[in-house]
Design a protein around this ligand. Sequence first.
Ligand SMILES: NC(=O)CC[C@H](N)C(=O)O
Length: 436
Amino acid sequence: MFTRWVVRTLPRFSKGLATHAGPPVAVPAVLHLKTGHSFHGRSFGAPRSMFGETVFSTSITSYTESMTDPSYRGQILVFTSPLIGNYGVPSNTAPFDSQDVGVLLESNRIQCAAIIVGDVAEKFSHHTAVESIASWCQRHDVPGVTGVDTRAITRLLRDQGTTLGRIAVGQDVSQPVPAAGEFWDPSTENLVDQISTKEPYELNPSGSIKIAVLDFGAKANILRSLVRRDAAVTVLPWNYDFNAVRDQYDGLFLTNGPGDPGHCLDAALNLRTTLAEWDKPIFGICMGHQIIGMAAGFDAYRMTFGNRGHNQPVLALASAGSIKAGRVYVTSQNHQYALRLQDPFPQGWEPFFINCNDSSVEGIKSTADSGKKVWGVQFHPESAGGPLDTIEMFTDFMTECRAHKYAISSETSVPSPTSVFPITTPHPRIAVAAAA
Ligand SMILES: NC(=O)CC[C@H](N)C(=O)O
């Protein structure tokens, strides 16, 4: 009787499962680096081969936020934390805490090209989790590789810098290693143009302070951090002619974004005019900071080693709002480019933050006597993930916008803006773009 039940019922249960006995056969996968190194492991997520720029992040949590951060577009993200996926993936449209920007994570999809992990967690546990990281990657057509020595990859990238790579999956594993010239280089493309909103849109239109946001690939928590401080946010495409509409706004915000800021010189040129003719507060994060810097006359260069992780210490060199000179703040970062340190700073600008590890420029600000309120920071005060040491910079920005709007600023004398930001400040890259 029992034997007859087993014979009749088991085939129904096993429908759709692999027909062989034992665990499913692992699909092989390999990461090839342009420098000739290869790391063999197993595929999870989408069984698909992919090119990208290989970078590593030292974050130990928030893999869901990192993977949906648009600044990771085109990148093969190696996690140094050995076990990834153990708290699964939440629903990105979860109703709590997300009404304002419509998503729970940093954008509506996985943005990185692929992920590499030491050990992917097949079992996950969290009260908000709805699926495993493997199923999430599969749904978004993003390949993952597990079972590789991520420490070895990281040590290599730490020596030779960020390196182009290719993930080959399944039958592609036996294909020849691509020649150096065959690796796709995302930095040659204007990734910002691919990801930025095509049309302006509004969030929280009833907010009391009107903020225009230039969208270079905004993380949701940047928009959320503004909305939560009662901003009426208008998100504009990265190359929008802000100067034509600027009088409608109380402040301007420039977001993070993927790729080489050199592709966004149009935005820097527009911002030069804004800086010369407009005296309302301006705040930029990461790519936004690089655009402010280029508009101010700094050069932006590609670093050999980017900074990616949630434990980057920065030293404040000036006080402003909640930030106190002389303090070290631990910050969340994800960047490959930086403003080149120059001495002296362009007229009207001063150092704001410096990175305690590599001494790179982490922030610039307008000087007190410039009559301006402009800040750019290379790190991410909004975190998601990462520490909230500098989150109050959003409050500082909104406070300045409000003060300007209601003219309650304690400033007594405000110099003429055009005398502080001469638009003739030499800038090689901008000069080339302007002449073209
Ligand atoms: N997160 C960002 O905005 C990164 C800015 C730029 N894409 C860089 O890599 O430096």
